[in-house]
Design a protein around this ligand. Structure first.
Ligand code: PMV
Length: 361
């Protein structure tokens, strides 16, 4: 498929008004996306677990307007107007307008809220952009109904234009994004459900997110992605992501936890190594991030409990473990790791099944 396949044919009628709502989850990458080409095309393929508890709920009310010269929308975050989010939404609308040409014909009221605490340091762009993309696409679906499979692809395609990793937040439970030879259905334009067999051990996987630092990070993801241009290790890193995706296939199929933990932790540290070797260089991990990693390694060595970590572009630590060791893992987290979290805060999440439509009127 190409970008042009997402341009709809001319609309024959536009409803006067309506309302749609979606809940979309966040996701955590196992093989990381870091580095992009123009138009939010990833420099390497990635794969993530879709999450469940960390989610954004968005509802969009739309009313036809007289003049269609510009975009018109109000934005409410947790019930209150949020002016500082508006420029980002406007840029998103501009990017997706060629694929949703009704956007200037309506006034929208966008009401959105997150299930996770405000400024928890959890990136809300993946869940936020996917929830908004799904709402706007539901409006188009009312104008011109589309097949469910195409709907998911287009939702992912639109979400990607808001925030790259958001394209992996439409479906569950494992989603791959970016062209990769070993995955025939893969695309750089949208995320696809991982097409291979996955051992049941990965079905109820847990992700306990340790909130080490809840504030704004000093370097945004978009700045970080850009620093992969002219990065001395970029090409090797991109090759490694392809090779790690190939390695994951038997690991996920056989349920090989040892190999899974090794690959996932190596990916997390490589992501941060790319940050530390960019020019300018930067470090997003904090002393408590390293304390947690060291304690986790020690615990795993002593107890053989298969618990590992991954990181996103920040200081927080995602602790991953299978359902079978849930009690032991939680006990260890409470006894030893929570002390390293800001105000003792952490979020218990697990692998989820994807976005859900809340209503359509
Ligand atoms: O979607 P962005 O531009 O916020 O980038 C996200 C990048 C990582 O979270 C670090 C990795 C990933 O694949 O999600």
């Amino acid at each position: 498929m190409t970008e042009n396949d997402f341009i709809p044919k001319a609309y024959t009628h536009l409803p006067e008004k309506g309302k749609v709502g979606w809940k979309a989850p966040s996701n955590i990458a196992l093989v990381k996306y870091w580095g992009k080409k123009t138009n939010q095309i990833p420099a390497n393929p990635s794969i993530s677990f879709t999450l469940d508890a960390c989610a954004t709920q968005t509802q969009v009310t739309f009313t036809k307007k007289e003049d269609s010269k510009d975009f018109s929308f109000d934005l409410l975050f947790e019930g209150k107007p949020k002016e500082d989010f508006k420029p980002k939404i406007k840029t998103f609308l501009e990017r997706i307008e060629p694929y949703l040409p009704f956007l200037k014909k309506y006034h929208f009221v966008i009401e959105t809220s997150n299930s996770f605490p405000h400024s928890s340091g959890i990136a809300s762009s993946a869940s936020g952009m996917s929830a908004l993309a799904l709402c706007l696409l539901s409006v188009e679906n009312k104008i011109q109904p589309m097949a469910p499979d195409f709907f998911n692809k287009k939702a992912s395609f639109l979400a990607r234009l808001g925030s790259g990793s958001a394209c992996r937040s439409i479906e569950g439970d494992l989603v791959q994004w970016g062209k990769h030879e070993g995955i025939e259905t893969s695309s750089e334009l949208y995320g696809v459900k991982y097409p291979f067999d996955v051992n049941p051990i990965f079905k109820n996987y847990h992700d306990t997110i340790l909130l080490v630092h809840k504030g704004q990070k000093q370097v945004s993801s978009s700045v970080g992605h850009n620093l992969m241009h002219d990065h001395p290790y970029a090409e090797k890193r991109f090759e490694q992501a392809h090779s790690n995706l190939d390695k994951l296939k038997p690991i996920l199929g056989e349920g090989n936890l040892e190999a899974f933990m090794e690959l996932v932790e190596s990916e997390a540290l490589t992501l941060h190594a790319m940050m530390m070797t960019s020019m300018p260089y930067f470090i997003l991990m904090m002393p408590d991030t390293l304390e947690i990693i060291n304690k986790l390694w020690r615990f795993r060595k002593e107890t053989k409990v298969p618990i590992c970590f991954t990181l996103d572009a920040g200081a927080n630590v995602h602790v991953l473990y299978p359902e079978s060791v849930k009690e032991k893992a939680i006990q260890f987290i409470q006894d030893e790791l929570v002390a390293h979290c800001e105000n003792g805060h952490y979020i218990c999440d697990r692998i989820g099944t994807g976005a859900k439509q809340l209503f359509e009127e």
